[in-house]
Design a protein around this ligand. Structure first.
Ligand code: AMP
Length: 190
C-alpha cells in the first residue's frame, strides 16, 4: 500500500501514520523527521535546512524530492509506504508522480485529515506555550503560525490536485485518535 497523509501541522498525521505502520507492515516516510535527523547529524542538507525549518518555512523542493527518491528505493519501502509531510507543494507532487511512474508504481490513496482551523490555532498556541524551548525548535507560536499559513498557501491546493486524480479520501481529524484510525481504515476499505 502506498499512501499520502495530508493535513495541516497539528492535525495528527504523525500519530496516524504510526498506527498505519503497525497495522499494514509499511514504513512511515516523514520528510520532517528525515530533515531533523540531517540537522542533528550536521550534514550538508541539514545545514541548508535548519534556519528555514526553525522559522517555519519550506525547504526547497529539490532537497526534499532528493531525500524521498533515495528513501523509497530502500528495501524496507518495497512493501509500501506512508508519506507524512510530503508532498507539500504542487511541484513536489508532480515530482513524486514522475518518480513513481518511472518505477512503475502507483499511489493507492491520499488521506486528508480535515481539521477546524480556529481550534487548530488555539491548540497550536497552547502547545507552544507548554513547551518553551521544547524538543522542536519550530514549536513556538510564531513558527507554528507561519507553518499554518504556509500550509494554507502552498499545501492546501494539493487537496484539489489529488481529488481531481480520484485519489482523495477525506477523514474528520477532530475526533479522538482511535476514531480517526477507524475512519481511515474505513475510507481505505481495509
Ligand atoms: P514536519 O515535521 O512535517 O512538520 O516538518 C517540519 C519542517 O520541516 C517543516 O516546517 C519544513 O520546514 C520542513 N519540511 C518537512 N517536510 C517538508 C517538505 N515536504 N517540503 C519542504 N519542507 C519540509
Amino acid at each position: 500500500m502506498r499512501l499520502i497523509l495530508l493535513g495541516p501541522p497539528g492535525a495528527g498525521k504523525g500519530t496516524q501514520a504510526q498506527r498505519l505502520v503497525e497495522r499494514h507492515e509499511i514504513v512511515q516516510l516523514s520528510t520532517g523527521d528525515m530533515l531533523r535527523a540531517a540537522v542533528a547529524a550536521g550534514t550538508e542538507v541539514g545545514l541548508k535546512a535548519k534556519a528555514i525549518m526553525d522559522a517555519g518555512g519550506l525547504v526547497p523542493d529539490d532537497v526534499v524530492v532528493g531525500i524521498i527518491k533515495d528513501r523509497i528505493e530502500k528495501a524496507d519501502a518495497q512493501n509500501g509506504f506512508i508519506l507524512d509531510g510530503f508532498p507539500r507543494t504542487v511541484g513536489q507532487a508532480e515530482a513524486l508522480d514522475k518518480m513513481l511512474k518511472e518505477k512503475g508504481l502507483q499511489l493507492d490513496a491520499v488521506v486528508e485529515l480535515k481539521v477546524d482551523e480556529g481550534i487548530l490555532l488555539s491548540r497550536i498556541e497552547k502547545r507552544a506555550g507548554e513547551t518553551p524551548g521544547g524538543p522542536r525548535a519550530d514549536d513556538n507560536a510564531e513558527a507554528l503560525k507561519k507553518r499554518l499559513a504556509v500550509y494554507k498557501e502552498q499545501t492546501a491546493p494539493l487537496v484539489d490536485h489529488f481529488r481531481s486524480k480520484g485519489l482523495l479520501k477525506t477523514v474528520d481529524g477532530m475526533k479522538g485518535i482511535d476514531e480517526v484510525s477507524k475512519a481511515i481504515d474505513a475510507a481505505l476499505g481495509v
